[in-house]
Every structure is written in structure tokens, then in C-alpha cells.
Design a protein around this ligand. Structure first.
Ligand code: NAD
Ligand code: UDP
Ligand code: UDP
Length: 334
């Protein structure tokens, strides 16, 4: 039984104010990465004890430096593909290489998720998996609702990512149904913000870094494909609500504001450099034509919706990128 439930029993079903959500032991796998480090900030801020397990494949110690002296924080260098013994109440399982075309993706999604579910089962922890909108593949339904099963190529170059995440969701549901592990499934749509990897090839980080470096913005294909971009603080709020709520999911977590890549390039030009040039490049294989979340379920059951628009969020990310690219320490990292 987790701490929260214990207190609830003790207090006749009511959680005394002030005790709610405090002193949980939380494991964040992939906590040195972009999303994970923002999640850790929020968990530490509200008083939880946090263990981060990360192999630094795409994450960085730098993202967590400000917690290293906190006795409630622990950083463990470990690959989740290998088993690990820890005692925790909640597991946010984020560990996954950012590159959508790396075989390690599949291995981490399958073996890493299995190990973390095994851990959750052993200690009775609640387990949240960060799945992705990519499970919908190149969707034939628009916007995407959680009940849509997707249109995924099982043998394409991106399959190690989307099929890996689909397997991770299946594993989570198997442990839930068969072994009574409490699970939560989030399907995350494109997210951006400070601490994003500068050179991992995602479109927002590419455009922002290119505009700052006075290089042309590389638009792939005709630039008419769409995505919906969510600011990282909105995502973290959604993940925490999902973890603490009573619903397994899956839940779409994303911002329904939909932009073509050419529109995104325009917002980046307006925010950073109106004279930034655009250069068209061939698109990658199996690139989804459009993507936009239907978030009715999260609105209704989690009371969640994004609050930061692209035009509000982008400048916050630009400050962080400018500081990291040009080394200007006077700017805030957000
Ligand atoms: P990220 O690359 O910044 O973070 C992933 C972290 O996992 C990194 O710190 C990396 O070092 C770590 N990691 C990778 N493989 C590992 C392994 N085998 N063992 C231990 N640690 C490992 O990526 P992110 O954007 O922060 O993504 C976090 C999670 O959210 C991922 O599961 C990702 O699939 C999911 N997601 C993100 C987005 C997005 O737009 N950012 C969209 C959909 C889903
Ligand atoms: N596991 C882990 N930490 C734990 C418990 C299990 O890493 O605290 C791993 C375990 O080594 C196994 C996986 O999780 O590879 C699945 O464990 P489970 O007990 O569900 O499966 P079993 O070992 O019974 O096949
Ligand atoms: N993209 C682009 N220029 C870039 C990087 C990506 O036009 O420099 C396009 C890419 O082809 C895709 C969209 O932007 O259509 C989103 O790509 P990203 O890799 O960020 O996210 P995902 O495809 O995983 O949604």
C-alpha cells in the first residue's frame, strides 16, 4: 500500500490537508532528460523524495545539477534494460532514447519497461508509462482519440519507436490486468521547452537553433504536414494529474493547437529573426502527414488542459537555447 492510501485508511477515507501527496518516494527513469528533469523539479518542489535512474544516453547530469546537494534527491547511473532493486511508491517510466530511429529504442521500451513493471509488482508501486502519439502512426483519423488503434508500419525505419511504445503499453496493461499493478498510460504529443536536446533533430529544436545560429530553417517535404506543440510545463502537470488520479488511461496529453511546419517556421521567424531563411529538404520515410490530439478525455477525467500557447512558450525556450548555444549565463534557464 502506498503512503497516500495508508493515510487515507487511517483518516477514515479523507486525506488530511498538508499530508496529501507529501513524502512519496518517487522513481523517475529518464529523469536526466528534457521532460524528466522538469518533472523532477516539480516533485522535489512539493516535497517528494526522488530517485532518478538514467544511463545518460540522451539526458545530461547538467539538467539535475541544482538538486545534487538535496538529501531528498538521488541520481543513479543505470540502464533500465538491466534489472534493478529499489523501494518506491510511484514510478514515472520515461527512459527511452529520443532518436526515433535507433534500435536501442526497442530494447529499452521492451526490456526496460518489463523491468520497471517487475519492480512495480514487487514493491506494489504505481507505474506510469510515457507512451507517444506515434502509436497512432500515420493516422487515418483526425484528430486522434484514444480509442483509435493507429496506422503503423511494423517494418519501417521509425518502427523501433512506435512499435516499441505500443509493446510497452501492452506490457503495462498485461501487468495491470494479470498481476494487479496499478498503471497509468500517457500518450504524449510533440513537446518543446527549455532543456530540449539542441541537436537531436526534432523540428522545434532544429528551427530555434538554426534561427539563433543564422542558418536557414530546414523544412522537410513541402512543409504542409502538421503537428501540435505542447509546452513542457503543461505536460508535467498532465503527467502528475494522471499519476494521482484514478484512471488507467490511455490519455492523450498534448496541445490541440495545430500548425504546419511552414507555420511553425513563421512563428520562429517572428520570435527570433524575421529575416531567417527557409530551405526545403527531402522528408523522411513514413513521416505522419498530420497529428493533433483530441484531449476531451483528459479534460473530463483529469481536469487538465494546456495553458501555454506556442507563441507564449517559444520565447521561454529561446532564452534557454541562446544561453546554451552562446554561453550567456545572465539568461534564465527556465
Ligand atoms: P529525452 O531523450 O530528453 O529523455 C529520455 C531520457 O531517458 C534521457 O535522459 C536518456 O538518457 C534516458 N534513457 C534512455 N535510454 C535509457 C535506458 N536504457 N536506461 C536509462 N535511461 C535511459 O526525451 P524526452 O523528450 O524527455 O522524453 C521523455 C519520455 O517522453 C520518453 O519516453 C519519450 O518517448 C516520451 N515522449 C516525449 C515526447 C516529446 O515530444 N518530448 C513525445 C512523446 C513521447
Ligand atoms: N525486476 C527488476 N526489479 C525488481 C523486480 C523485478 O528489475 O525489483 C525485473 C526482473 O529481473 C525481471 C523483470 O523485472 O527481468 C520482470 O519481473 P517479474 O517478476 O514480473 O517477472 P519474472 O521474473 O517473474 O519473469
Ligand atoms: N521536420 C522539419 N524540419 C526539421 C525537422 C523536422 O520540417 O528540421 C519535420 C518532420 O519531417 C516532421 C515534423 O517536422 O514532419 C515533426 O518532426 P519531429 O521529429 O520534431 O517530430 P515527430 O515527427 O516525431 O512528430
Amino acid at each position: 500500500m502506498d503512503f497516500y492510501k495508508f493515510i487515507k485508511c487511517f483518516a477514515g477515507g479523507k486525506v488530511p490537508l498538508g499530508l496529501k501527496r507529501k513524502n512519496l518516494r518517487v522513481l523517475v527513469t529518464g529523469g536526466a532528460g528534457f521532460v524528466g528533469s522538469h518533472l523532477v523539479d516539480r516533485l522535489i518542489e512539493r516535497g517528494d523524495s526522488v530517485i532518478v535512474v538514467d544511463n545518460f544516453f540522451t539526458g545530461q547530469k547538467q539538467n539535475l545539477l541544482h538538486h545534487l546537494n538535496n538529501p531528498k534527491f538521488e541520481l543513479v547511473r543505470h540502464d533500465v534494460v538491466e534489472p534493478i532493486l529499489l523501494e518506491v511508491d510511484h514510478i514515472y517510466h520515461l527512459a527511452c532514447p529520443a532518436s526515433p530511429v535507433h534500435y536501442k529504442n526497442h530494447k529499452t521500451n521492451v526490456m526496460g519497461t518489463l523491468n520497471m513493471l517487475g519492480l512495480a509488482k514487487r514493491v506494489g508501486a504505481r507505474f506510469l508509462i510515457t507512451s507517444t502519439s506515434e502509436v497512432y502512426g500515420d493516422p487515418l483519423q483526425h484528430p486522434q482519440v484514444e480509442t483509435y488503434w493507429g496506422n503503423v508500419n511494423p517494418i519501417g525505419v521509425r518502427s523501433c519507436y512506435d512499435e516499441g511504445k505500443r509493446t510497452a503499453e501492452t506490457l503495462a496493461m498485461d501487468y495491470h490486468r494479470g498481476l494487479n499493478v496499478e498503471v497509468r498510460i500517457a500518450r504524449i504529443f510533440n513537446t518543446y521547452g527549455p532543456r530540449m536536446c539542441i541537436d537531436d533533430g526534432r523540428v522545434v529544436s532544429n528551427f530555434v537553433a538554426q534561427a539563433l545560429r543564422k542558418q536557414p530553417l530546414t523544412v522537410y517535404g513541402d512543409g504542409k504536414q502538421t503537428r501540435s506543440f505542447q509546452y513542457v510545463s503543461d505536460l508535467v502537470e498532465g503527467l502528475m494529474r494522471l499519476m494521482e488520479g484514478n484512471h488507467v488511461g490511455p490519455f492523450n496529453l498534448g496541445n490541440p493547437g495545430e500548425f504546419t511546419m511552414l507555420e511553425l517556421a513563421k512563428v520562429v521567424q517572428e520570435t527570433i529573426d524575421p529575416n531567417a531563411k527557409i530551405e526545403f529538404k527531402p522528408n523522411t520515410e513514413d513521416d505522419p502527414h498530420k497529428r493533433k490530439p483530441d484531449i476531451s478525455k483528459a479534460k473530463q477525467l483529469l481536469g487538465w488542459e494546456p495553458t501555454v500557447s506556442l507563441r507564449q512558450g517559444l520565447p521561454r525556450m529561446v532564452d534557454d537555447f541562446r544561453r546554451r548555444i552562446f554561453g550567456d549565463d545572465k539568461l534564465d534557464s527556465g
